[in-house]
Structure formats: structure tokens, C-alpha cells
Design a protein around this ligand. Structure first.
Ligand code: HEC
Length: 169
């Protein structure tokens, strides 16, 4: 005997009801859990080396590595966004090093430089990006001078012996 259509649908409906009930249970358990807060995953050093360093390089070397296609502009835009948003990551309370107010002001320099670079990258404005080089570079240096005791000894990226100190972000 061929079962009426309605009967055929029942198992499906029941399965959905079971799933929905299950989700409601999971949601209830979720509600009871502590409210999530931002939590660090990488160390400060990880963020610097994996996010800020390559992202700032994309801006600092933009003149010699000028994007020539939409794809390359897209990549540069992503790097500029990483630079800007990295400032928010290091502003997380558990990541503050030393005096909090000073740290936040230092990080804000990077935020401003990164945000400006992101805007210029979205506009595909090469001149504006070149003009932002100094601001990006300084935003790294200001904080490092204060927070890194070994500052200047490592990461000599700019070989300029005439400079008073190595131009290391
Ligand atoms: C608000 C402060 C602050 C800003 C802004 C900042 N840094 Fe750092 N940076 C630090 C601190 C603190 C360390 C030391 C981290 C450690 O070793 O634990 C560090 C370390 C580094 C290191 C060395 C990491 C290692 O483990 O060897 C690099 C590379 C680096 N920063 C790149 C950058 C670049 C590039 C920028 C700018 C785009 C930048 N940083 C901006 C605070 C800052």
C-alpha cells in the first residue's frame, strides 16, 4: 500500500522538531556560560612578527612594490587593515605593557597610521601611502623606545650607518 503523502512528511517534521529542541537546549546552556570576552591567542611577539611587521612592511615598501593590479591593491588593502586593527588587538587589557595610559596612546599612533593607510589603500592612492610612511614608521618606534630594553640591537632593517640609531621599527 502506498502511504499518503502526509505520513511521509512526518518523520522529516519530527526530525526538525528534535533538532530545534536540541538547539534550544544548547542555547540555554550557552546562556548559562560566562559571557565571552576577548582573549589573547598569540603572544605580543607573535602579533608583532606575524601581523604588524609584514603589514607595516607592505606600507613602508609601497613605493618599490607599488600594486599594479586589482588583486595587488586588494592585498595591500588587507595589509593596511591588519595594521590598523592590530592596534585594537594590542589595546586589549591583558596585553598592556607598562603604564596603561601611555601604552594606549602609543597604540593609538599605530591605529591612526593604519587607519589612514587603509583609507589611502581603498582609494588606491599611492602618493598618499608613500606620504604615510614616516607616520607608520614612527608609530612603531615611539612604543618600542619605551617598552623594549634591547631596542635597536635587533631587527636592523634599514642599513643607514649615518643614522644616529638604526631605523628599526
Ligand atoms: C604600543 C606598543 C607597540 C607598538 C605600537 C608596536 N610595538 Fe612592536 N613591540 C612592542 C613590544 C612590547 C615588543 C616586545 C615583545 C616581546 O618580546 O615580548 C615589541 C616587539 C616587536 C618586534 C620583535 C618581536 C620579537 O619577538 O622579536 C617586532 C618585529 C615589532 N615589535 C614590530 C613592530 C612594528 C613593525 C610596529 C609598527 C607597525 C610595532 N611593532 C608597533 C610594542 C609595540
Amino acid at each position: 500500500m502506498i502511504a499518503p503523502k502526509g505520513d511521509n512528511l512526518m518523520p522529516g517534521k519530527m526530525a526538525i522538531a528534535v533538532v530545534v529542541a536540541g538547539l534550544a537546549g544548547a542555547a540555554a546552556a550557552w546562556d548559562d556560560a560566562p559571557v565571552p570576552a576577548p582573549q589573547p591567542i598569540g603572544t605580543m611577539s607573535d602579533l608583532m612578527i606575524r601581523l604588524m611587521y609584514p603589514a607595516s612592511d607592505a606600507i613602508l615598501y609601497v613605493e618599490s612594490r607599488a600594486p599594479t593590479s586589482e588583486v595587488e591593491w586588494n592585498e595591500l588593502q588587507a595589509q593596511a587593515l591588519i595594521l590598523a586593527e592590530s592596534a585594537n588587538l594590542i589595546m586589549m587589557p591583558s596585553r598592556v605593557v607598562g603604564d596603561r595610559d601611555q601604552w594606549m596612546r602609543d597604540a593609538r599612533l599605530m591605529f591612526d597610521a593604519g587607519a589612514a593607510a587603509y583609507e589611502a589603500a581603498l582609494d588606491q592612492d599611492l602618493e598618499a601611502l608613500i606620504a604615510l610612511n614616516e607616520q607608520v614608521y614612527l608609530s612603531c618606534v615611539v612604543c618600542h623606545k619605551r617598552t623594549r630594553p634591547d631596542y635597536g640591537r635587533n631587527y636592523k632593517r634599514f642599513e643607514d650607518s649615518s643614522a644616529e640609531e638604526a631605523r628599526v621599527p
